[in-house]
Write a protein that binds this ligand. Sequence first.
Ligand code: GDP
Ligand code: GDP
Ligand code: MG
Length: 301
Amino acid sequence: MAFLDKLKKGLSKTKNAIFGQIDEVLKAFVKVDEDLLDELEELLIVSDVGVSATEDIMERLREDVKEGRLKEKDQVIDALKNILGDMIGEGEPLDLSTTPAVILVIGVNGAGKTTSIGKISNRLISDGKKVVVAAADTFRAAAIDQLAVWCERSGADLVRQNEGSDPAAVVFDAIAYAKRKQADVLIIDTAGRLHNKVNLMNELAKINRVIERELPDAARENLLVLDATTGQNAILQAKEFRHAANITGLILNKLDGTAKGGIVISIKKELEIPVKFIGVGEKIDDMQEFDSEEFVKALFE
Ligand code: GDP
Ligand code: GDP
Ligand code: MG
């Protein structure tokens, strides 16, 4: 299945819950007036677009009406598409400009870090890159084994130590290995025990020191993995993790399981961190670089 079709299928719950209902709202009105705009506003607010982003959208819609660009009901969808496209902005590609480049993957347990690493490795390897993965979530043996399965699927080399070993030591080994093998990309899996914030921050800081010392000039991505089904809670998580790492991009997972896809708009507005990948399923090819145009298209078509 082409990714746009996967995306449409993945976003179908969001679409039915919000954007599909816009049609119903439009049917109930004869012309574009304040009442119609009020109904739209309500729909957006309940859809995890967020209050603040909804205000921005409504302001722009009202401006379109005032300036005579939006007169007829059948122009509402296109106006919304334009506004959402503008607000979400262009997708930003990964910076992989050095050999190796380093991608550190962080996020709470269950957000989909390990799965995302499998999917991203697979894409990079399909593009002809050599990928090394570091099993720096050493908290549970099962986490290391799960990562090993994904590395087998994708063809990435895994650097691992035993359960309970120092994550920074795993990263050290993985960097040495990546240098020796002249790998293009090193991807680091981490533990996500946010309930102990101080430990987590110390662990990430220590990993960071090792990377900076061993690969001072490497292109770096610190990707925060968020579970879209948690809605606005994901935004709070991102604000927490900002204290622990300089986040360069987001991976938004599980868009297939939720009607809360409007969260993408809210994320852009409240965090100003680019969404770099979205996940719409559990399989290896259920992830793609985020493309705002395709995303908006999938929401309405
Ligand atoms: P981690 O604890 O952050 O490493 O999370 P995992 O990668 O182990 O994923 C936790 C669960 O979420 C697993 O059961 C995954 O299959 C599932 N998962 C991850 N990404 C997606 C997604 O995009 N869609 C769906 N439906 N499930 C996902
Ligand atoms: P810090 O003061 O704890 O940040 O210590 P360092 O920055 O010197 O090293 C951080 C971590 O990297 C250490 O705790 C080790 O686990 C790991 N490390 C440093 N050097 C080596 C090494 O030569 N081999 C291995 N396997 N790990 C190392
Ligand atoms: Mg994991």
